[in-house]
Design a protein around this ligand. Structure first.
Ligand code: SF4
Length: 241
């Protein structure tokens, strides 16, 4: 059984083309800017048989076109890697493209098995600096960077995603440091800058949690342009999502 928070049909944000996106319940990070804090607690969500998810994907295949397919996001989908292996095996047999959107903190033998069945990883790198990463996510970035190195070693295609949070992740020296690291990874096809937003704040209120970035403003166009110009020095394709 796979624990799902929500399902999006015809998604255009999480991977190439038009996609069916399964947002899995449960996350091992607690990012200060998380827009979906209701996915963090593993005790929520609804359980689905892999077969039911496969049938949804098969029914939606006509919409996928040449590039689309299925994305698992979250939450942190690799917390349920073992249960995803069967689904991904069947999706592969059906010729349906797959993406995993992950914070890269879990690299078990099951995750390695799952990656063999997967087409593209959307790797969320929150910060290159270990201390600043801890401040932002309550967790070290060492596992995420080891995951990035593993993907590079395997030649597994990856797009890196980076939330540009004013005062937290937009320091130029940090962005250059991340860029230099990514420049050594020929598997990284694309870098997505995700502007910081507060769309999930009302969910914090419903959960009774404090939203600690209330004083952080949205990015200015200039900040976004600056970040893009920095990462373009290191990665072949950089987009602002
Ligand atoms: S890794 Fe993603 S889902 Fe988990 S807390 Fe951070 S932003 Fe939210």
């Amino acid at each position: 059984m796979i624990k799902i928070h929500s399902i999006e049909s015809l998604g255009t944000f999480d991977g190439p083309g038009i996609r069916l996106v399964f947002f899995l319940q449960g996350c091992n990070f607690k990012c200060l800017y998380c827009a979906n804090p209701d996915t963090i607690n593993f005790s929520g969500g609804k359980e689905y048989e892999a077969e039911a998810l496969l049938q949804m994907a098969v029914r939606q295949r006509p919409f996928f076109g040449k590039r689309g397919g299925v994305t698992v996001s979250g939450g942190e989908p690799l917390m349920q890697a073992n249960d995803l292996i069967g689904l991904f095996g069947q999706l592969k047999q059906e010729g349906i493209n797959t993406c995993i959107d992950t914070n890269g903190s879990i690299l078990t033998s099951q995750v390695k098995e799952l990656l063999k069945l997967n087409d593209l990883v959307l790797l969320d790198i929150k910060h290159i600096d270990p201390d600043k990463h801890s401040r932002l996510t309550a967790t070290s970035n060492s596992r995420t960077m080891a995951f990035a190195e593993y993907l590079a070693g395997q030649g597994h295609t990856a797009w890196v995603r980076y939330v540009l949070v004013p005062g937290y992740t937009d320091d130029e020296a940090d962005m250059h440091a991340l860029g230099r690291r990514l420049a050594t990874m020929s598997n990284v096809e694309k870098f997505e800058i995700q502007p910081y937003h507060k769309l999930g704040v009302h969910k914090y209120e419903s959960l009774g949690w404090e939203y600690r970035l209330n004083n952080v403003p949205a990015n200015t166009p200039e900040q976004l342009r600056k970040a893009k110009s920095i990462f373009e020095k290191y990665v072949k394709e950089v987009v602002i999502n």
